[in-house]
Design a protein around this ligand. Structure first.
Ligand code: ADP
Length: 498
């Protein structure tokens, strides 16, 4: 098979702009795919942070896009040294403080549908060769609802590139009232139950789920879970209808950026052969965060967006039991829901010797937490893939996880049998409630009291797992070829014979 031109479309990408795991994927999967010889480029909205970090940039096209008062420029630059990037420069829509989706006080930007509809239209222009770039993609890899209109707008075009839509989190769908659909002047034909209509509302994500040539979700278990009403948010029927073109592919992680043997954020490098050095990171982390420095303390960590999904309330629920334990400490790093932020600050103020809470977003600190802790808590109620447990495994920080989605696919419970055959990598619990979480934490605490070689063995088992992108990138490549060779029919013009 010949090398492909692939355009990755997403609303965030590390190291330009990041709010969660999507950015990590868009920062690293294109690099892995380029190792197979493909020309992979990324297109992002031109947020100020992205423009700043991708410099030098030069304009390569100017587009007139319906609904935009000003001409939209396409700026070309590089993301790190590795990936060519296009930024869609529409200052009226993207040049603002806050994050890609919300203002500084955490509320969604009211014009998000306008912002991402314009983004999708710019991508369509590039896809069809209307932007005047000297490059056309064979396939557009769309990610999450912000790019959902791309497959819908392309479906009726002849000579279009193939489309793949990846679901990173089905909980975020981009659903707006019908009036928004009219306001952004999408083709009227798209307003249909088989199109973008979703219970009389307008759904961005349906553009991806109904129209893309192929669909993926970011882990095999999550791909199965969202076919059920419990996890499918009413989209399970549509997904079931498309199962012949739907697959779960586990995310990988960037082994260069997340490597305890060379990570520039760490005070002390280590690897599986020098595991003993990891405790220096613990001592430095305790010092940095104002906890008593004690290499024998059992240090638990958690990093994440403070939203219900992540189960931070379950962590709060187990704190009374946790602080009664001898020599157990906890570090929390997160931002999000103001109520949860307040709650974390309060528990840290009540137990300054035991709990440290850093409210905010701090990438280098996230690396030090991963390296300095003994265990990482991830009690997510659902988790499409989850990256922090993968970083934890890589850093010899034993994950404690709820058996769901990608967590179920990546962490092997420390049962006596799994310990014996060296497959155990963490502590897994089955129901997302605080009692089950507490039992798993107790198991970890007890296990940590055994002779240290036991703990080291468990942690090193995790360090030896391979979650690099190589295998997953190959799976994506297979799907790209299938999508190109056998495009899906347009659901709006296909007559189904019952
Ligand atoms: P999600 O995409 O649902 O947020 P993931 O586990 O897939 O969850 O990815 C989260 C990513 O965001 C990880 O790289 C994690 O380290 C990072 N992250 C989340 N919150 C913070 C924070 N407050 N500071 C630094 N990094 C964070």
């Amino acid at each position: 098979m010949s090398p492909l031109n692939i355009l990755f479309a997403a609303s965030e990408a590390q190291p330009l702009i990041k709010t969660g795991g999507l950015a990590d994927v868009v920062g690293s999967l294109p690099v892995a795919l380029s190792h197979f010889g493909h020309d992979v480029r990324v297109v992002l909205p031109g947020y100020p942070q992205a423009i700043e970090r991708a410099r030098p940039l030069h304009p390569v096209a100017t587009l007139q896009i319906p609904g935009s008062l000003e001409p939209v420029r396409i700026l070309e630059g590089w993301m790190g040294e590795r990936t060519r990037i296009y930024l869609v420069d529409a200052p009226g829509l993207f040049d603002r403080p806050g994050n890609p989706y919300t203002n500084a006080s955490g509320s969604d930007w009211e014009d998000n549908p306008e912002r991402f509809a314009l983004f999708c239209r710019a991508i369509v222009a590039i896809a069809l060769g209307h932007a005047g770039l000297n490059w056309r993609p064979d396939l557009i890899h769309c990610n999450d609802w912000q790019t959902g209109l791309v497959p819908a707008l392309l479906a009726s075009e002849g000579n279009r590139p193939a489309t793949l839509f990846t679901i990173h989190n089905l909980a975020y769908q981009g659903v707006f009232p019908r009036s928004v659909f009219d306001r952004i002047r999408l083709p009227k034909s798209l307003w249909a139950p088989k199109g973008l209509e979703f219970h009389q509302n307008f759904s961005f994500i349906k553009g991806g789920l109904a129209f893309a040539d192929w669909i993926t979700a970011v882990s095999p278990t999550y791909a199965r879970e969202i076919l059920t009403p419990e996890f499918g948010y009413g989209l399970e029927g549509l997904l079931r209808h498309r199962t012949d073109r739907f697959k779960g592919i586990l995310n990988g992680i960037d082994y260069q950026e997340w490597d305890p043997a060379s990570d520039p954020a760490l005070p002390q490098h280590y690897d599986a052969d020098t595991f003993d050095l990891k405790k220096i990171n613990k001592l430095k982390l305790q010092q940095e965060l104002g906890l008593p420095q004690d290499e024998n303390a059992f240090l638990l960590g958690h990093i994440g967006r403070l939203v219900e999904q992540k189960g931070v309330d379950l962590i709060l629920g187990i704190l009374p039991g946790l602080v009664k334990q001898q020599n157990v400490q906890l570090v929390l790093l997160g931002s999000g829901d103001p109520k949860l932020e307040r709650a974390l600050r309060m528990v840290a103020a009540e137990h300054p010797e035991r709990i440290s809470a850093y409210i905010g977003y701090d990438e280098p600190l996230a690396h030090r937490v991963e390296a300095g802790c003994d265990c990482f808590l991830m009690p997510s109620r659902f988790e499409p893939c989850g990256l922090n447990q993968l970083y934890s495994l890589r850093y010899g920080t034993v994950p404690i996880v709820h058996r769901t989605g990608g967590l179920a696919d990546t962490v092997v419970d420390a049962t006596p049998r799994n310990l014996l055959d060296d497959t155990a990598t963490g502590f897994v619990f089955s129901t997302p409630d605080q009692h089950a979480l507490w039992r798993a934490v107790e198991r970890a605490i007890e296990f940590h009291k055994r002779p240290p070689v036991w703990w080291e063995k468990l942690a090193v088992n995790g360090m030896k797992q391979n979650f690099s992108w190589d295998t997953s990138a190959r799976h994506y490549q297979e799907i790209y070829w299938q999508a190109i060779n056998a495009p899906a029919p347009n659901p709006l013009t296909t007559v189904t014979v019952e």
